[in-house]
Ligand binder design. Structure first.
Ligand SMILES: Cc1cc2nc3c(=O)[nH]c(=O)nc-3n(C[C@H](O)[C@H](O)[C@H](O)COP(=O)(O)O)c2cc1C
Length: 150
């Protein structure tokens, strides 16, 4: 069965908290996961292949920048675009709709992974921290993700 790498882009910890809950749900469904609180671009792209699934949870900061823990990964992704054919992925984008650059980091990541020939398993979930309840919204989306993975 595929292994799910959970990639976390956070600055102030909200996304890390959410990622921990997502990991618990995946594990309860019998899936194997590995958490990457500071995703390592080289290691992850080297291991990427048909047996891997990336589940990316990314908060937007600054003017649509990635959360701090994923800034380095994002820079590498932009400047050294990898070939990720075979890899499957899905993105949860976290942001606040008061920003013009609402969920820009998650949208950017989704686009770049798609450009790298990775296969999107599920449409991106966008969580508006001003309006939505992430603890209600996320498990429903994650269950769809699980149904695709198992
Ligand atoms: C300084 C700052 C800049 C932000 N910039 C954006 C932004 O450009 N786009 C967006 O959608 N949300 C933005 N947000 C909202 C964050 O994405 C939101 O607060 C999120 O919960 C932070 O997640 P984290 O705790 O995992 O870092 C910003 C928040 C802060 C504090």
């Amino acid at each position: 069965m595929s292994r799910i790498d959970i990639l976390v882009g956070t600055t102030s910890g909200n996304t890390e908290y959410l990622a921990d809950q997502v990991q618990e749900q995946l594990q309860q469904a019998g899936l194997t996961t590995e958490m990457h609180y500071e995703p390592d671009f080289d290691a992850l792209t080297e291991q990427a292949g048909p047996e891997r699934i990336w589940l990316c949870l990314v908060a937007s900061h600054g003017a649509g920048d990635y959360g701090d823990s994923m800034l380095d990964f994002a820079e590498q992704l932009e400047h050294r675009p990898p070939q990720l054919s075979g890899l499957k992925y899905a993105v949860i984008a976290i942001g606040e709709s008061c920003y013009d650059t609402y969920c820009a980091a998650g949208r950017d990541l989704d686009q770049r992974l798609n450009d790298a020939a990775a296969m999107r398993l599920l449409d991106r979930l966008e969580i508006d921290m001003m309006e939505d309840d992430p603890e209600q919204l996320t498990p429903i989306w994650v269950q769809k993700f699980i149904n695709i993975c198992v």
